[in-house]
Ligand binder design. Structure first.
Ligand code: NAD
Ligand code: TDX
Length: 359
């Protein structure tokens, strides 16, 4: 424990067992051996420690199973590990679930965020120098665009339209309020739709990959004309690294792939790649496309103007969509056990198998 206090930075990453969080944890643990990375994750259905098998034994990594709403636990973590930076990703993240059960989104995304803000404010209150609370947010807080030539900028007013985006917008407001009121050093980034390895197969791309693999219908909501702006998850993780280290305190940065696609066109492209990768007759997977009832309040179009982060921090996406999509497909095809464990629920026992006896 003594050695840990000598580490250059002590960073609390929340939600590190989830999709994006696991890529951020891996990047930081490997790139910064002189940082201590503390991953706090409740391991909800979306948290999967199999995502982090390759880093779980690293000396600069600690995993703590717990809830960001647990005030005492969060305060203890700040004290015990002398936390000087927070990268906050833990959230309920799926729009359809927020429509079914909004309360969980308010508990975790709003109350959980404020619990973390209070702990950071109180632990750092005598010295904000070198500290940062970094809130990972979404483009969905900006609402929905109508036309192809419109993009969200950092100045676009918040206009959340689903319980999920309303809860994320609320959390972002609290983060800004703590900066204004208590001078807490904060950063916020709002990113577009991520895709890549380890995404839970409830989201459009991994759900479609799994269904194609098993010759099941691919459900397209409404007419399939809704537009999302896609970014490869490792590019998001690199942007987070850059903003955490070089971002200007109090600022917001939009992150996006400059890559808007209509859902139907994206799925047809995915079908072509799947046919090629699986050696199936061209056109086989497209036959699985099935139009279903639209999502309630379905936002029409998201598209991010990421010129500020490019101009000020020099970040640009590195992975073009065709390459990223093929890499993603190959990852799912090469990791079908990961997928099977999720479908069967077996991944939920990983913590018991790997961790319980260690303490
Ligand atoms: P995810 O659902 O895959 O993972 C969320 C993680 O948070 C899981 O590991 C889960 O166990 C954990 N968690 C949930 N509630 C918790 C609680 N109360 N206490 C502790 N841990 C808890 O989500 P994701 O897609 O990786 O998204 C991560 C973050 O990035 C979220 O804040 C999300 O709003 C934001 N974001 C996501 C996208 C995207 O396309 N997926 C885009 C922009 C922003
Ligand atoms: O089965 C489906 N069929 C379908 O047509 C699913 C699951 C989705 N869709 C549509 C809805 C959206 O227009 O595909 C699009 C993408 O849907 P999701 O993968 O559910 O993502 P989205 O609702 O756009 O939100 C995502 O991006 C922003 C993440 O889930 C959020 O956490 C992130 O903030």
């Amino acid at each position: 424990m003594f050695k840990r206090f000598k580490m250059k930075r002590k960073i609390l990453i929340t939600g590190g067992a989830g999709f994006i969080g696991s890529h951020v944890v891996r990047l930081f643990v490997n790139k910064y051996p002189d940082y201590l990375i503390v991953n706090l994750d409740k391991l909800t259905y979306a948290g999967n420690l199999e995502n982090l098998k390759d880093v779980e034994d690293k000396p600069n990594y600690v995993f703590i199973k717990g809830d960001i709403k647990d005030e005492q636990l969060v305060r203890n973590i700040f004290e015990k590990y002398d936390i000087d930076g927070v990268i906050h990703l833990a959230a309920e993240s799926h729009v359809d679930r927020s429509i079914q059960n909004p309360m969980e989104f308010i508990y975790t995304n709003v109350i959980g965020t404020v619990t973390l803000l209070n702990a950071a404010r109180d632990y750092w209150k005598d010295n904000y120098q070198g500290k940062v609370f970094y809130q990972i947010s979404t483009d969905e807080v900006y609402g929905s665009l109508e036309n192809d030539d419109e993009f969200f900028t950092e100045q676009t007013p918040y206009d959340p339209r689903s319980p999920y985006s309303a809860s994320k917008a609320s959390a972002d407001h609290f983060v800004r309020a703590y900066h204004n009121t208590y001078k807490l050093p904060v950063l916020i980034s709002n990113c577009s739709n991520n895709y890549g390895p380890n995404q839970f197969p409830e989201k459009l791309i991994p759900l479609s990959i799994n269904n194609i693999l098993n010759f099941k219908p691919i459900p397209i909501y409404g007419t399939g004309e809704n537009v999302r702006d896609w970014l490869y998850v490792e590019d998001h993780a690199k942007a987070i690294d850059l903003i955490f280290h070089k971002g200007k305190i109090g600022e917001t940065y939009n992150i996006g792939g400059n890559n808007p696609w209509r859902n139907i066109d994206l799925i047809k492209t995915l079908c072509r790649i799947m046919d090629e990768e699986l050696g199936r007759e061209p056109g086989t997977s497209e036959k699985l496309i099935t139009f279903v009832k639209d999502r309630e309040g379905h936002d029409k179009r998201y598209a991010i103007d990421a010129s500020k982060i490019k101009r000020e921090l020099g970040w640009e996406p590195e992975t073009d969509f065709q390459t990223g999509l093929r890499k993603t497909v190959r990852w799912y095809l090469n990791n079908q056990d990961w997928l099977k464990n999720i479908i069967s629920g077996d991944y939920l026992n990983y913590y018991e198998r790997q961790y319980k006896n260690r303490f």
